[in-house]
Design a protein. Structure first.
Length: 330
């Protein structure tokens, strides 16, 4: 069985019931999540062995988060325990004219205070077929940034493919320029995953959502990103807001070595929960590429998988390969 390793922060998510404002009700619905944890869970449900690396507090909340991942089949062997608190984020879903709102409470978390040498990357990555992380991690502090840089350096040294999702989160950068931290990491990726907003903010490449509206400009943007970073493949996702809950979802993939370009079909989705859609896309793309699919086929599978995720609440995607294939046949 193929083995993937992901690295990032595990979070506790708190959301109001239904479509209420935060704290209108005394109730909050709890989920565990976090970008790389979401990727690990989705990979597990696709039948790919995935070991998740993070740092979680050695307390009941940390125990609950680790247990939640274990129930999804994710490998827990390399999780570091320590620190005082698990990072939290609040999600207000929004409705109609009211946009979704996210509030982070993760400063000083166990993961934010991880030591660069806390993870023995040669041991963790020994025999791994793929490594995945995102641009969220270097935003969280010097320790996470250094640990991620060490992981990517180790993976590249042993020939393990690396996927890096830019995953731009404006609130985490607090008016800091992400480019000095993110671009060196992006340059070491094998597969770079992004959207136009992230490309503009984190790489300084002029792009907007209309860049992906037609094949010519989309290919040009993907090629510019690939050439700037020197990566083998670039995939760019596009979310179109068609109504209060209705989104269009599609993506493109450019292969720098062959010059080939693929554009997926467009799925129109009645969104239940938009959190985790991009993570499901990343997981499905990794699952199919590591399994040997052609890039264009892997892209179609990934877009369908992420469209399915948008229809279920919570961070985790539990779609199976059969579920995604059924959507592709529909």
């Amino acid at each position: 069985m193929k083995r993937v390793v992901t690295f990032g922060e595990l979070l506790l998510r708190l959301s109001p019931p239904g479509e209420e404002h935060l704290f209108e009700s005394s109730d909050l619905v709890t989920y565990f999540g976090g970008a790389e944890a979401n990727v690990a869970v989705a990979l597990s449900h696709f039948g790919v062995r995935c070991d998740y690396v993070t740092r979680a507090p050695d307390n009941p909340i940390g125990d609950a988060g680790v247990a939640a991942l274990a129930r999804e089949g994710v490998g827990m062997e390399w999780i570091v325990r320590g620190g005082e608190r698990l990072g939290i984020y609040f999600v207000e879903p929004g409705a109609d004219l009211r946009a979704m709102r996210v509030v982070y409470d993760r400063a000083g978390s166990a993961f934010a205070r991880i030591e660069p040498r806390a993870v023995d990357w040669p041991r963790v990555l020994a025999g791994a077929d793929w490594f995945h992380s995102s641009g969220i991690t270097p935003a969280l502090g010097d320790g996470p940034a250094a640990a991620l840089a060490g992981a990517i350096t180790c993976a590249r040294a042993q020939g393990t493919p690396v996927s890096f999702d830019l995953n731009y989160r404006e609130a985490l950068w607090r008016d800091r320029d992400p480019r000095p931290l993110v671009e060196p990491l992006a340059r070491q990726a094998t597969v770079l995953i992004a959207n136009p907003t992230a490309v503009r903010a984190m790489l300084g490449i002029d792009a907007d959502d209309d860049s992906l509206a037609s094949p010519g400009p989309a290919r040009d943007l993907a090629k510019r990103v690939a050439d700037r970073c020197g990566v083998e493949r670039v995939t760019l996702t596009r979310r179109e807001i068609l109504g209060p809950r209705r989104h269009g979802w599609s993506a493109v993939l450019y292969d720098r070595d062959t010059g080939s370009f693929a554009q997926s079909r467009r799925h129109c989705v009645e969104v239940v929960d938009r959190v985790g859609g991009g993570d499901s896309f990343a997981a499905a793309l990794i699952a199919r590429l590591v399994g040997g699919d052609a890039p264009a086929d892997a892209l179609e599978f990934a877009v369908a998988a992420s469209a399915l995720k948008l229809t279920v609440p919570g961070d985790f995607s539990r779609s199976s390969v059969r579920d995604v294939q059924a959507l592709l046949r529909a």
